[in-house]
Write a protein that binds this ligand. Sequence first.
Ligand code: SF4
Length: 478
Amino acid sequence: MDGAIVPVAAAASCHGGKETMLAAARAAGKSEMLERMAADYPKGPHDQPQSMCPAFGSLRVGLRMRRVATILSGSACCVYGLTFTSHFYGARRSVGYVPFDSETLVTGQLYEDIRKAVFETARPADYDAVVIINLCVPTASGVPLDLLPKEIDGVRIIGIDVPGFGVPTHAEAKDVLAGAMLKYARGEAERGAVARPRAAMADGLRISLIGELFPADPQIIGSLLAPMGVSLSPGSPAREWRDLYGALDCSVVGAVHPFYTATVREFAAAGRPVVGSAPVGVDGTADWLDAVGKALGVSADSAKAKALPGIKAVLEANRVNARMVVSGYEGSELLVARLLMEAGAEIPYVGTALPKTEWSAADLAWLEARGTHVQYRASLEQDVAAMRDIKPDLALGTTPLVQAAKEIGTPAVYFTNMVSARPLFGAAGCAALPAIVAAQTAGRERFSRMVSFFEKPPAPAKPVIVPSSKKLVKEEVA
Ligand code: SF4
C-alpha cells in the first residue's frame, strides 16, 4: 500500500480526524515528509492549528512573488477560505485550483489533473516558477507532487505538502515554501551561473534577513550596519525568483523571525553563518551588532557608537508606563516585549504560537532575566489565562485574545494589524511602539464604562397582550 493514493474521508479536517489523516498519509508514503515536519515544526500543547489554515502562509509567500503562479489542491471549502483570506489581505492575484471528488482521488486522476494544470500554467513568458500546494486531503491521500517534472520550458515547478496535521501555524507554512524555493535556487546556483537580482547589490559584506518585516525595517537595519561596511542582500521569503540567488549570496544571515527552520537549513548548507535576535532597543541593538560583527570578523564599535545614543534618546522621550501581556503568532513577540520593557513597560507574560529555536535564545534569556515568563507554542487558553491572571493595562495579542480582553474591560490591540504594521528596529521602533501603548491605555476608563453598562441588569420584561390570542407573553429583548 505504501506510496499508493489512499482516499481519505471527507469528514477529516482540521476540526477533527487528525489521527485518521496522519495514518492515511503514512500509508500513502508520506512518512518521510511527516518526520521532517515533526522535526522542523515540533508540536506544543495544541496539536491543531488555533489560527487560520496553516496553508495560508505558503499561499501568501507564493502570491507575494513576481512571476510566480500558485495553485492549490484541496477540498473546496479549504480553498474557499484560503482564497477569501488571500484577497482580504489584498493579494490581487489569481489563485489556481485543481478540484477533486471521491472518484478522481481514488483513481489517481487528481494527480493527472494537477499535472495537466501545471503544464498549462508553466508559460515561460509569464512565470519563473509554478507552486502547487497539497492541502490536507490530497496530502493524506498521498498525491505524489514529487513526481511532477522539476522544470517545464525553463519554469521551475515546486510541489509542497502543507497539511494542517503537520504544520502547526501559518507562520511556519511560510517557511515550508520559502525553504523549498531556496533549496531549488541553491541547486541552480551550484550547477552554474544564475541571474542577478533586479536591485543592485553592493560589493563587500552583506546580510540577508529572514522574516516578513515591516517595509522600513530592512532599510533601518541597513543603516545600522553601514558603519561596519555591511549592506543588505535580498531577504527571505523572497519577492522574486532571482532574489533567491541574491539572498544565498550573502555573508551572514539574520534570522529576525526565529522559526524559519527549513530556510535556515538552506543558508547553512550554502555555508552562511546565521545570527539570531534583532536590533531592538539599546540592549538588543548593541548585542545584535556585536553578534553580526563577530560572525563577520569585523568590529561593531563604530556602528554602536553611531546608533545607540539616538536610540537611547528616543526611548527616554517615549516612556511606557503600563503593565502588559504580549502574545501572537508572528515570530516577533519576544522582540516587541524586549523593546517595550526597555521603554518602561512591565510585561510578566509573553506567549508565542511558534516553537522555541536557538534564534530567539538571546531574547528569551534577556526576558527571563527580568522575570518575564515566555511561553513557546502558547495555546489561546494559556494566553487568556495569563491575561486574566495578570490583569494588564493593555494586552497585545491575536483576535481571540483581544476579544477576551475587551470582554473584561481590558484595552487590547491586535498584534498583526497594529504592531506588525509599524517599524520595530532602531530609533523608529522606539517611537512607534510606545505611541500605540499610550494611545490604547488612555482608553482604559472607556472600556470599564462599557463593561459596567452592559453588566447592568436589563429592565424587567413588560407583559404585553397579544390581541389574537389574548395570552400574556413576554416582550422579546432584541
Ligand atoms: S487545508 Fe487548512 S482548512 Fe483545510 S482541513 Fe487542512 S488545515 Fe483545515
